[in-house]
Design a protein around this ligand. Sequence first.
Ligand SMILES: Cc1ncc(COP(=O)(O)O)c(C=O)c1O
Length: 368
Amino acid sequence: MSRSADHPDPPCRAWVAEAIRRVEADANRSADTHLHVFPLPERWGIDLYLKDESVHPTGSLKHRLARSLFLYSLANGWIRAGTTIIEASSGSTAVSEAYFARLLGLPFVAVIPRGTSPEKIALIEFQGGRCHLVDNPSEIYAESRRLAAETGGHYMDQFTYAERATDWRGNNNIAESIFEQMALERFPEPTWVVVGAGTGGTSATIGRYARYRRFQTRVAVVDPEGSAFFGGWVDADPTRTAPGSRIEGIGRPRVEPSFLPTVIDRMIQVPDGASIAAMRWTTEVTGRSVGASTGTAMWGVAELIAEMLARGERGSVVTLICDGGERYTDTYGSNTWLTTQGIDIAPYLKTLRAFPTTGTMNNIPDTP
Ligand SMILES: Cc1ncc(COP(=O)(O)O)c(C=O)c1O
């Protein structure tokens, strides 16, 4: 005799179908993000582009990640009507996930470090989320797991699932969008794409896509001081830990499971003073307000462009505006905050302001 067992749950299937429709409809109402040209001296023969991820409905690159994580969890049958969504997040992912949770009528709890900017906490609450603060950033994972078990909720776990929740072969992921928007440029295949790593999901998507499409484009990951990614990558040690990053959104106290070292061609460790100087310099030059992680990326971009110039190479470089600076007026935007943190941005700012004339980053202070 054969045995069979059913798990019939038509009401749940209908709820999941409706939830997926709502998430897809949000994407369908949205336009693609702009790829802005950053002005560089014409004689250099190098073009720089900034993909503006701050214009998503929830103001950051994490809107893409939240959409992917919700679709992945819904398609996996991990979320049902009434499931409490819990996430370990230093801020922006939680803002975007709170938005999608509300879209689906689900409660949302963000487990975040106590040092998270008040602006970001206000944004999570504005999107209908609740914030659960922990003292030590490294506690967010275990605390999220504990809360999920206690409430019967679902821990999204961006740091594990980011790299697999995104459709890496296309479906208008960030990599496909960049390469399509570059199609009519004079150097359509960028020499470098420069990004930071929080989960590692964005660098994984871009690195895989470049290989899959057989482009020669290389991926550089910028990493702030205090992050474990740089040392973990250099020494091929996924168990590496570090104190943690002061640049919100990127740099982690551990090498996250979503971080894929094998698709990264170069890692650049950036001092916090350089990240914040580059954030302000980018706003000076473009008139666009950008966050500090964009500054980290721009510092790395300037170093790579200086290297291309020294070798007489022409080509293009692409990086991301991950979010706007208005989220950080009391921190990276505040000179008082810089003083309390013991950060001096002046020498870095001098180097960057001179960069369009000198084409070099040689006069940079020592990396801490
Ligand atoms: C400059 C920059 N690049 C990339 C990322 C990507 O993060 P993730 O590794 O989570 O995809 C971020 C996240 O905030 C960022 O600020």
